[in-house]
Ligand binder design. Structure first.
Ligand code: LTN
Length: 193
């Protein structure tokens, strides 16, 4: 059993995050460990550059999210915790998978619509965001992806990309399954519920 999840470097450390995300990471870390599998948790700093950002702030928040992951129970003896930008294969994988991703599918992503609405600059990177996410997951042949409720559409797209790739090139990529938190899924930032 392989577990993979990506955690946004820009995300606030809210109760919603703790309840919905961080706690779920620890639970899946333990499941993977008990099953003799492996768990990977990646601070996705390359995703953070798709919307406006300050380099110094991003550098700092990437490390601070890593610290939060350890503080909330990820164990370096049991899980691999790393920064996405330290592994060049994520960006390379995104380019390759872009060739088996339908433009029409990306255009339907509701997160893209929400995040691009009303902005005067919308990067092509924001549009391609789900392809990078697919690369994150598929590179590790993850079976299981603990993830927020808001990411269902992106995970479905990842599964479609893996299936299209496998049809074209043979059964090479593991088609992953999402694991969604129950009550934490809908606890938002309490400062701004
Ligand atoms: N899009 C996700 C973060 C993310 C992710 C991933 C989650 C990037 N790559 C791979 C799981 C697996 C988000 O906004 N929370």
């Amino acid at each position: 059993m392989r577990v993979f999840s990506g955690i946004r470097a820009s995300g606030d450390k809210t109760l919603g995050n703790y309840s919905g995300g961080f706690r779920q990471y620890v639970a899946t870390q333990e499941q993977a460990f008990a099953a003799g599998g492996e768990a990977f948790f990646c601070v996705v700093d390359l995703h953070s550059i798709t919307t406006p950002f300050e380099p110094d702030v991003l550098r700092e928040s990437t490390l601070s999210v890593g610290a939060w992951l350890f503080a909330t129970g990820l164990d370096p003896e049991r899980s691999t915790v790393f920064a996405q930008s330290h592994v060049a294969a994520h960006a390379e994988g995104a380019w390759l998978l872009g060739a088996v991703t339908a433009f029409g599918d990306l255009r339907r992503m509701t997160q893209f619509k929400e995040k691009s609405e009303g902005q005067d600059f919308v990067s092509a990177g924001l549009f391609n965001y789900p392809v990078l996410m697919a690369a994150d997951i598929l590179l590790y042949q993850a079976d299981v992806v603990p993830i927020g409720d808001d990411q269902r559409q992106h995970l479905e797209l990842t599964r479609n990309i893996a299936e299209r790739f496998n049809q074209r090139f043979g059964e090479l990529l593991t088609v992953p399954r999402g694991i969604y938190p129950d009550e934490g899924a809908r606890i938002k930032n309490l400062q701004e519920p």
